[in-house]
Design a protein around this ligand. Structure first.
Ligand code: ASP
Length: 601
């Protein structure tokens, strides 16, 4: 092999043992300092930093040139490794006991004035994204990309060791009913027709099971045209898994082992197995959400039985109408400010609270303060204090109404209070959890029809199939599971329907007519008639897992070139207009007019 002429070592390699050697390094000027006319440069490559000294007695030309060096210039340096002078060691650097005295300097590329300093945090995320290639030079971002690599590699290694075969499925594919809006791609060769980018490779992976593959996985790009949040991107990556002849236990075991390896690779922690499990119903009852954050308490408590004889009109009406009265004790939060209270009311209203303010009782300086207190009997008060374990400094929030929305509202309030109190700040707890036994169907008031809670291929529990036949849709449970970490959904999946008639039944419950079934799903319905094995799987959100492993708050920090919160990739300025000729070739004419945009603004 020819020796590399750019470098003999990387910038995190030289130690006292190298003293006296002549070496060559290449990298970026991390910083340059003038100390009494002598220039010291910290030369950086992806591995680390080495101090370089330009001494005019060694090479006067290089020393003269060193005065013009700028941050991020790319240099090749040849020089002699020397021990640093007594008292000038830098303990923070692995190379901190030595420096390189330059005998030759080659400027490989001169850097212009930077749009921002790389050694300072920058709050303008758009600017970071516009110059992402500079942003990615920061150690934190380099570290995140390398964490991503390690986690992805651990995933492949683990699944390979368990007999899973990686298969790529089409990106130009057919619309899949995963519940979000599709990205469409017009077809030039089939005028008027469109591909859809996959929201997930759901049907392909099921068809691979029909194909007899038995164990499939893919690090799969998925596309969903949704409004964006910190943990959402229009394109994201899933670890997509499917297996034939699985029991639920097989899937739990497989995924727990996988997550253990992913977190070991990404964060060097050992996560204890197995994960606790909780039914969806229990998660809703206790935490008011299907992805509970179990790092703290303040759980939802039913107080309906405290008020069985209540004269208080609101509670009376709700209880008589089959609803519930529930509460959470926000321990130690009686000092809530008016601003925080307003925010909590807002959140409760967004979550479905039908009135303007949350009912509460606070116990402060030995006194109960509450707009409700006077409506309660002494007996009710005593029972409530005991049930909710109310102590000095506590505030209890109440909601009365239908079960699900009551739990949801209190669940949102519980999370917001924890946020306001900084309950989990700085916590390094990793509370993994399976949420199981989701409902199969949910009624959408907006669409006036039943919708799949996961997707239409999810299997109902065997003992609940009869309920499906009887039309008791709200009672049917699915063999579906989500894996949750600290209140974040890491992924989810299900055992699938593998029988053509049950699948057709499911489609009809969802309001897909026979005609539409033929057009949209004939491939899968037909495939199920040719020997489809029982199968199931799940998909994990890879970006989110890496975000949590890397200790970041946004998935954008662990994606090399993410979109901003308006779905734009600012570095290449995409999306961008297409010219008339390009559009004509694909038979597309835009109805979008700039003027319309102005009117809408
Ligand atoms: N395809 C599903 C999703 O993307 C996951 C699964 O059921 O495997 O949510």
């Amino acid at each position: 092999m020819q020796p590399n002429t750019y470098r003999t070592h990387h910038c995190n390699e030289l130690r006292l043992a190298h003293v006296g050697e002549t070496v060559t390094l290449s990298g970026w000027v991390n910083s340059a300092r003038d100390q009494g006319g002598v220039i010291f440069v910290d030369l950086r490559d992806r591995e680390g930093v080495t101090q370089i000294v330009f001494r005019s007695e060694e090479n006067p030309e290089a020393a003269a040139a060193s005065h013009k060096l700028r941050d991020e210039d790319v240099l090749q340096i040849t020089g002699k490794v020397v021990k640093r002078l007594e008292g000038t060691n830098n303990d923070k650097l692995a190379t901190g006991e030595v420096e390189l005295v330059v005998s030759n300097l080659t400027m490989l590329n001169k850097a212009a004035v930077l749009p921002f300093q790389l050694d300072k945090e920058l709050s303008n995320e758009d600017l970071r994204l516009k110059y992402r290639y500079l942003d990615l030079r920061r150690p934190r971002m380099t570290r995140n990309l390398r964490t991503r690599h390690r986690v992805t590699k651990a995933t492949r290694d683990y699944l390979d060791a368990h007999g899973f075969v990686e298969v790529e499925t089409p990106i130009l594919s057919k619309s899949t009913p995963e519940g979000a809006r599709d990205f469409l791609v017009p077809s030039r060769l089939s005028p008027g027709k469109f591909y859809a980018l996959p929201q997930a490779p759901q049907q392909y992976k099921q068809l691979l099971m029909v194909a007899g593959l038995e164990r499939y996985f893919q690090i799969a790009k998925c596309f969903r045209d949704e409004d964006l949040r910190a943990d959402r991107q229009p394109e994201f990556t899933q670890v997509d898994i499917e297996m034939s002849f699985p029991t639920e236990e097989d899937i739990y075991n497989l995924v727990e082992g996988l997550l253990k390896d992913m977190f070991k690779a990404g964060r060097d922690v050992e996560i204890p197995l197995p994960f606790p499990r909780m039914t969806w119903k229990e998660a809703m009852d206790r935490y008011g959400i299907d992805k509970p954050d179990t790092r703290f308490g303040n759980e939802i408590t039913d107080v309906g039985d405290v008020f069985t004889k209540t004269e208080f009109k609101i509670f009376r009406g709700v209880l008589d109408g089959g609803g519930v009265v529930r509460a959470i004790n926000a321990k130690g939060f009686a000092s809530v400010t008016t601003g925080q209270m307003n925010r909590l009311n807002e959140i409760a209203i967004q979550a479905g609270l039908p009135v303007k303010t949350l009912a509460f009782i606070k116990y402060e300086n030995g006194e109960y303060k509450s707009p409700l207190w006077r409506f309660f009997t002494d007996e009710e008060k005593a029972a409530l204090i005991e049930r909710m374990k109310i102590e000095e400094g506590d505030i209890v929030f109440f909601v009365a109404g239908p079960w699900e929305s009551t739990c949801t509202i209190l669940g949102r309030v519980r999370l917001e209070v924890a946020e306001m109190m900084g309950t989990t700040k700085g916590s390094d707890a990793l509370n993994f959890l399976w949420v199981v036994d989701f409902p199969l169907l949910a009624y959408s008031e907006e669409d006036a029809k039943w919708c799949a809670v996961h997707h239409p291929f999810t299997r109902p529990k065997t003992e609940d199939i009869a309920l499906l036949e009887e039309g008791k849709y709200s009672e049917v449970r699915a063999i579906a599971y989500d894996v949750v970490l600290n209140g974040c959904e890491l992924g989810g999946g299900s055992l699938r329907i593998h029988e053509s008639d049950l699948q057709a039944k499911m489609f009809s419950v969802l309001g897909v007519s026979e005609e539409e079934q033929k057009i949209m799903f004939s491939h899968i319905l037909e495939a199920f008639q040719f020997g489809a094995p029982p199968h199931g799987g799940l998909a994990l959100g890879l970006d989110r897992i890496i975000m949590l492993a890397a200790g970041e708050d946004s998935i954008r920090e662990v994606i090399a070139f993410p979109k901003n919160n308006r779905g734009m990739e600012l570095m290449t300025a995409s999306p961008s207009p297409a010219d008339f000729k390009q559009l004509r070739e694909i038979y597309i004419q835009s109805t979008w007019k700039e003027k319309k945009a102005e009117e809408q603004a």
